[in-house]
Ligand binder design. Structure first.
Ligand SMILES: [Mn+2]
Length: 434
């Protein structure tokens, strides 16, 4: 868990970055309509959560920075018996005053009035442009003139994870491990992608992760060659591979893990050849991770290694140098080597600094490393044995003082590890039990 004192420290760090005579207003997330009068499950806005740890809607965090002093105010909803009967308990003003280490707790219904009173001598207003609150935005526009985006300032902070954040990420990864290992171990004969998905989601929730961190991909055979395949509704075919890109969210922190496993429990020779080439690449890229390395260096090296690998397997043909110059790998490896991960699976943290220079790796950053190769079943330029295979291997890595910590290294990944898990539990075809 993250302590109130850590949230307080984050607000103070942010306040130091703000201009004097400014007001900063951060909004909680809106409820989002699913259809008619039903909503999607509520999920707090990540920036708001990062600074408060508060999960209720219709709340506002205000930072008033004067010439010398800083005042922090949290607005939240009042207690309301009828509302709470239908929608669940609210924290309320009294408890909030005890819990949050802020200067003032006020009620959201008084937001406009209070803001007008509090904001004398204000030159600048910072808001989070990503959160859409049309009414509040109109109010701010009508009342304040110079607007600045607060998101990049919070993004800078979110880049570097604290010890308590890393613990939550590790917990999310631990739960994800259980779900992936279960997916490897169950008998998948005559089953469907959605049954495997159900098992994964069951194991997330059963182990305390309220939600997935993103819509899971369970893609058998050629479906894996659609990068954002989320229909997850095709039968599992015995001699094919299944690409499972699934991570959970634990106390708002994400994991992002991809494993590619055989339906039958055993890899074919062609599948092994391609799999091991990608796995080797992934190991080599992970080993490059340390402070001051650039993400684009990792990307370039991944492209070199994958191009060499594709050449050696006869998937790409010709001169290595020319293939690199022509970016020929893009046909089979079209995406990036990884991304920041944290409160969001694709963490809302910058890749470039204010001078548009790339931000190098630094202690405390968490990123994914996810090489993949995707070969359409209709690609006649490729040896037949590789057609219809899509493989991605994705892990979560923490940058440490001198190198890296491999956060997800306990999730089975080598061919032997995956086949062993499949073998052990052949008799166990129960989808739910972990
Ligand atoms: Mn990813």
């Amino acid at each position: 868990m993250i302590k109130e004192s850590e949230y307080k420290k984050r607000r103070e760090t942010l306040a130091k970055k703000l201009s004097k005579n400014s007001i900063t207003i951060l909004f909680s997330a809106n409820n989002k309509t699913r259809s008619n009068d039903t909503n999607y499950p509520y999920r707090q806005n990540s920036n708001f959560y990062y600074l408060t740890g508060f999960k209720e809607d219709n709340s506002f965090l205000v930072i008033l920075k004067g010439k010398k002093d800083v005042k922090i105010i949290l607005f939240l909803q009042h207690k309301d018996e009828v509302y709470e009967l239908w929608n669940g308990k609210r924290l309320g003003e009294e408890k909030a005053k005890k819990r949050f280490l802020v200067d003032l707790v006020l009620l959201s219904k008084d937001f406009k009035k209070s803001i007008k009173e509090l904001s004398t001598n204000i030159k600048y207003i910072y808001t989070d442009f990503n959160e859409k609150m049309p009414k509040a935005k109109k109010f701010l526009k009508d009342n304040f003139s110079v607007h600045k985006d607060i998101a990049p300032l919070i993004g800078e902070m979110r880049l570097i994870k604290s010890k308590s954040e890393i613990k939550l990420i590790q917990k999310a990864i631990k739960i994800t491990k259980k779900a992936h290992h279960k997916a490897m171990s169950i008998n998948k004969k005559n089953k469907n992608e959605y049954e495997l998905l159900a098992s994964i989601e069951y194991n997330f929730k059963k182990n305390g992760a309220y939600s997935d961190a993103y819509t899971s991909i369970v893609a058998c055979g050629d479906s894996a060659n659609t990068l954002h395949y989320i229909s997850n509704d095709k039968p599992l075919v015995d001699d094919e591979l299944i690409l499972i890109d699934a991570g959970c969210e634990y106390e708002y922190y994400a994991s992002d893990i991809t494993r590619t496993i055989p339906v039958s429990g055993k890899f074919s020779i062609a599948q092994k050849d391609l799999y091991n080439m990608i796995l080797e690449t992934q190991y080599k890229i992970i080993q490059m991770i340390k402070p001051d390395v650039l993400r684009t260096d990792l990307q370039k090296q991944a492209e070199i290694l994958l191009t060499k690998g594709l050449l050696s397997l006869g998937i790409l043909k010709g001169n290595f140098k020319k293939l690199i110059e022509g970016q020929e790998h893009k046909k089979y490896y079209p995406h990036g080597i990884g991304h920041w991960m944290g409160l969001d699976v694709h963490d809302e943290a910058p890749y470039l600094d204010i001078n548009k220079k790339e931000i190098a790796l630094k202690k405390g950053m968490v990123l994914t490393i996810e090489p993949g190769i995707y070969i359409s079943k209709d690609d006649m330029n490729v040896p037949k044995r590789f057609r219809g295979i899509g493989i991605r291997i994705e892990d979560d890595i923490l940058v440490t003082k001198k190198s890296y910590k491999y956060l997800s290294n306990k999730i089975a990944k080598t061919i032997k590890e995956i086949e062993d898990i499949s073998k052990n539990v052949k008799s166990n075809s129960n989808f739910e039990e972990v």
